[in-house]
Design a protein around this ligand. Structure first.
Ligand code: ZN
Length: 251
């Protein structure tokens, strides 16, 4: 678990270990961001969620968000009390400047630069910038995202150094003290499943299996033990492999 600078200075409420400042979670409806939302609900007195609509080829992920929020609230009355507003921002401009497999109907492949063509250049920098602008307006100090350097796909905007640089830039540019949290940065997919189990037990793991969406192709498809998806794209492979290793530790 990372220990973001500045979090120790946040005021605590009467509730043991709960940070009184609010948090904004980048919430796509996938496995990672759902785990991050549960992580935030366990820590912050008020948690709002943000989703981006940027012409994803698959809208199933955006639909999953709407099921997951009330389902998370139903798991724990403390989480229900802390979960606040949901926000969706349209980023059509991102689709317009991108030429990738996520936004156009083309095969997923590796580009000459060693990055998969699913890469939307600078996507997380844009996401975090919009998140900070919204957090500023909403009075939320903490921003939580599922960026991860461990299962590294080569996405340079998922790197820890990138996130730290963005935090500095946002705080200078907005004269603020945002803290960017990336609870998944140094853990792999099996450990992400395990984190969900620690946060919400079998009920949360089951919810993530059933309702979160990861597949690049946007397929709900067959129900595997790790959830729904095509089962063959890189995202499904990563999720399935992580679940297999997680399940092996539980049996
Ligand atoms: Zn897939």
């Amino acid at each position: 678990m990372d220990a973001p600078a500045g979090s120790a200075a946040s005021p605590m409420t009467a509730e043991e270990g709960i940070v009184a400042d609010g948090a904004l979670v980048l919430f796509s409806g996938g496995q990672d961001s759902t785990t991050c939302l549960a992580w935030a609900l366990e820590r912050f007195a008020r948690v709002e969620t943000l989703g981006f609509d940027y012409g994803q080829r698959h809208r199933v992920e955006l639909d999953a968000r709407q099921k997951l929020r009330p389902a998370l609230s139903a798991l724990d009355p403390r989480w229900a009390a802390r979960l606040g507003e949901d926000h969706t921002l349209s980023l059509d401009a991102l689709a317009a400047v991108s030429d990738t497999a996520l936004t156009r109907d083309v095969e997923i492949s590796m580009g000459a630069n060693g990055l998969p063509n699913t890469f939307v250049p600078g996507r997380n920098i844009l996401f975090l910038t919009f998140a900070a602008a919204l957090a500023y307006r909403r009075g939320l100090r903490h921003i939580v995202g599922g960026m991860c350097e461990t299962d590294f796909s080569g996405y340079p905007d998922c790197r820890d150094d990138t996130i730290k640089a963005v935090q500095v830039a946002l705080n200078l540019g907005m004269d603020s003290r945002f803290v960017l949290h990336t609870p998944l940065m140094w853990i792999d997919k099996a450990q992400t499943w395990n984190l969900a189990a620690q946060l919400g037990g079998t009920a949360l793991v089951d919810l993530i299996v059933e309702e979160t969406h990861t597949c690049y192709l946007g397929e709900r498809g067959a129900r595997h033990d790790w959830g729904h998806g095509c089962g063959t794209c890189p995202a499904c492979h990563l999720r399935a492999e992580g679940y297999r290793r997680f399940a092996a530790t539980r049996s």
